[in-house]
Design a protein around this ligand. Structure first.
Ligand SMILES: [Fe+2]
Length: 203
């Protein structure tokens, strides 16, 4: 039997939110952006919401809460093999990036799981991917002479993996996993990449 030791499970799946539900969430986030200066965190440029997007005084979107919770439980079942009772505390925020805005490398290590729910992505977006970095500090034996000769580059040998965001998709990953978001280009200077990011910890 083949074992994958030291793997890093990342879940990617549709959030099962309708275009109108995504539109309502986008409208709310953009209204917040118009009313509040936001915070400066990993974002360089763009706008980062303040407070917990999953709690008052923010408007609650039950369908969004459910989509995030379902994805987290799916991850916990598949990656941890756990399907018992578990109480999760969720904190969330939104990041709205325009062309040229990006997020520097960071992680959310004080939590159990983190993730991103893509609310809106410019249709002509070039770039804008999220990049995950191999946590093994490049000590894995990729790029050996033998593998070069054979032309082999299996997926587990990459030192980083990028995922191109798709509106309506959700990612869940371990909170300690380093990641960053590259800038994007679009024909329109008004194009926006809107994401709801979240942390989950166990109560
Ligand atoms: Fe992040």
């Amino acid at each position: 039997m083949l074992h994958h030791f030291f793997t890093t499970p990342v879940l990617r799946r549709p959030a099962q939110l309708s275009p109108s539900q995504l539109g309502e969430i986008a409208d709310y986030i953009l209204s917040l952006r118009a009313e509040t200066p936001g915070e400066s965190r990993s974002n360089r440029g763009g706008w980062h919401s303040a407070g917990n997007l999953f709690d008052s005084p923010h408007r609650i979107f039950p369908a969004m809460n459910e989509a995030v919770t379902k994805a987290l439980f799916s991850y916990i079942a598949d990656a941890f093999g756990y399907s018992g009772e578990i109480q999760i505390a969720l904190t969330g925020w939104s990041i709205v990036n325009g062309p040229g805005d990006y997020n520097v490398i960071h992680n959310h290590a004080a939590n159990l799981l983190s993730g991103a729910l893509y609310i809106s992505v410019p249709p002509d977006m070039e770039g804008g991917a999220i990049h995950f970095h191999d946590p093994r500090l490049n000590l894995n034996a990729h790029e050996t002479e033998a593998m070069r000769k054979l032309g082999l580059r299996p997926p587990w040998s990459a030192s980083s993996v990028s995922i191109q965001p798709v509106a309506g998709e959700i990612l869940v990953f371990p909170s300690w996993l380093n990641h960053w978001v590259e800038p994007f280009h679009s024909a329109s200077a008004d194009s926006l990449r809107i994401v709801v990011s979240f942390n989950a910890s166990v109560v």
